[in-house]
Write a new protein. Structure first.
Ligand SMILES: NC(=O)c1ccc[n+]([C@@H]2O[C@H](COP(=O)([O-])OP(=O)(O)OC[C@H]3O[C@@H](n4cnc5c(N)ncnc54)[C@H](OP(=O)(O)O)[C@@H]3O)[C@@H](O)[C@H]2O)c1
Length: 273
């Protein structure tokens, strides 16, 4: 990965997962700066990652070639105002935003003159290097896109979207999706406890079932998901009985409605900011 100067606005979960990924990928820590309002958090991040840090967003962005917006959408205007007041030309800087619901149009209003903007929808597994980030780039050349791809891949995988509104689709399919799987595991855990398993044993069983199932999907690329399901389902057997219950409650429709609700909320949020 080319060693550009990267500044993070915000030093929370998402910033930390990306910084962690960059350091793991042997990106030089002295090329990274983090800006976050509380001095004690700046000090902690500097100590943990041996990076540069400041509470002054404008100062932190002066030399940056890449600015990563890892703040909550509600604070975007306040956080970016001092940067746009201090820097007159953003046209050569790559702006990468992980903020949900803030469009590229809005970003270019907050940072006037910005021409190279990437919107990213990451998910929480980025925190442990198994994330999936959906990204849409506007105005980047191939080298800059490759750089951004490597950066995002340092905490998992990245896929590129061909239009900005696909960010809302990927929010439903990936950004929010870990919670769907956790909910399913929670439901199964409740049942395991009802069967008399301790909380620890229930967790041990379910985390291994989840991991094993994910590995089956990963390692059997020549099989469809349907084939994998059918391989566990003998006609008239135990699995078939369980699947009948899901189907009788129209699980396909429940999933479809849930994803649409998520996507619609993402569209709504984009109008809000
Ligand atoms: N976490 C996820 O799963 C996920 C998934 C997809 C997208 N996202 C998006 O990622 C963004 C960041 O999420 P997160 O989970 O990393 O949030 P977070 O942990 O709350 O981090 C936000 C950071 O921004 C800092 N901050 C607040 N005001 C600031 C200002 N004026 N200038 C500079 N920094 C400021 C906060 O500092 P203090 O804590 O000191 O206030 C904190 O370090 C959000 O927009 C979210 O929509 C998150």
């Amino acid at each position: 990965m080319e060693f550009k100067k990267i500044t993070f606005i915000g030093g929370g979960n998402m910033a930390k997962s990306l910084i962690n990924g960059l350091i793991r990928a042997k990106f030089p820590s002295n090329n990274i700066t983090v800006c976050t309002p509380h001095p004690e958090k700046v000090a902690a991040l500097k100590e943990e990652f041996k990076i540069n840090g400041t509470t002054d967003n404008a100062q932190g962005c002066m030399d940056a070639e890449v600015i990563i917006l890892a703040i909550k959408p509600q604070v975007a205007a306040t956080a970016l105002a001092p940067i746009s007041a201090a820097i007159s030309d953003f046209s050569n800087k790559i702006i990468i935003s992980v903020m949900a619901g803030i469009t590229i149009e809005r970003i270019t209003k907050l940072l006037p003159g910005a021409k190279k903007v990437v919107r990213v929808m990451p998910n929480t597994p980025c925190l442990i290097g198994y994330g999936l980030s959906g990204a849409f780039a506007s105005g980047l050349n191939q080298e800059e896109k490759d750089f951004t791809n490597n950066l995002l891949s340092s905490c998992g995988h990245a896929i590129w979207l061909d239009s900005e509104d696909k960010i809302n689709d990927i929010t439903a399919l990936s950004g929010s999706a870990p919670a769907y799987f956790f909910l399913f595991l929670e439901c199964m855990s409740e049942k395991a406890k009802e069967y008399g398993f301790s909380e620890d044993n229930a967790r041990f069983i379910l985390q291994n079932v989840a991991l094993g199932s994910a590995m089956m999907v990963l390692e059997n690329q020549d099989k469809t998901l349907k084939q994998l399901r059918e391989a566990v389902t003998s006609k008239g057997g135990t699995t078939a009985k369980a699947l009948d219950v899901f189907n009788n409650h129209d699980l396909t429709n429940i999933v479809s409605e849930a994803l649409d609700a998520c996507k619609n909320r993402a569209v709504e949020m984009a109008k809000q900011f």
